[in-house]
Design a protein around this ligand. Sequence first.
Ligand code: PLP
Length: 329
Amino acid sequence: MNDSFNTVTGEWDGQGEFLPPDDPRLLVHYASYGVNYGNSIFEGAKAYLGRDGKARLFRINENAARFARSARGIRMPPVPEEMFVEKAIELVQLNKKYIPEFEADPNKRGSLYIRPILCGEAGLGVAPSFKPKFLMFCSPVGPYYATGFKPLHAMSVHHMVRAMPGGHGAYKTGANYVMSMLATSYAKENGCQEAIWLDGNRHEFIEELSACNFMARFGNTLVTPAVSDTILSGITRKSILKIASEQMGLEVQERALPLEEVLNGADETFGCGTAAVITPIGKISAYFGRYTREITPDVGELSQKLYDGLTGIQWGENADPYGWITFVD
Ligand code: PLP
């Protein structure tokens, strides 16, 4: 799907057509602001096919709201939230046959990944793109934990910064992910699978991972870094905090979370985001690999319960008391 911003009316025209993937109208110009100066934002959402054969979108209005926030954050015209939701529904309707079949085993379930993009059109000057394109495509994705739900080894990054206060860390813009690629490569070169970002001022507080938020359980309390202008406000994060406090009786805290506190006393740690839902973190290495703490050898009990609880709502196995699901016929 591609839609154009009308510079005469100052509005999105809403006439974007759904096109086959090889349609030349979907090509991005080599002089695009998005390609050259990073004037681009994106979203990530999923549609799930339940046991009843119905397709479900999860909290799609939250993606619409974050897409609009990200657009404003890098001075691009936001797409009206209703239009975003309508286009996502239409995209799923047109591609329902590509949503992987329901599987009884949660570790075998795939979904339809939806990727909305706002990308600046061609131009030369370093300026906000006044005429961006709104694109949306989808692709079936297989099960994230095809080889089993296992904890990974993460490494805190002390010499790189993902986002600084006053920057664009809270917006889902491509630039943030370029930084993440550097950090993830560093973690991998040091025998870990994922990087944990720390605050850019003191390298003392945990912020998030490359593509998911961070949580730690201390006894019956679940702590996650408070969202700020350096952290992406995750939809999975928000959903987990609600399920943990309302359905599992945990105390939840959104606050500054020192790395030292986690290394000294966390009982369980995990990442959370749309792609994997829960990424259990069994081990954390810090201070350039000079210190490693094993947190849990196996997937923690809470990580498993939250994974089952949230994926249960997404695939329609559990009730949806919060109205998070939009059915697509
Ligand atoms: N943080 C970053 C940097 C991300 O890229 C993502 C994934 O989109 C998240 C957090 C988690 O957000 P969500 O739960 O909305 O997928």
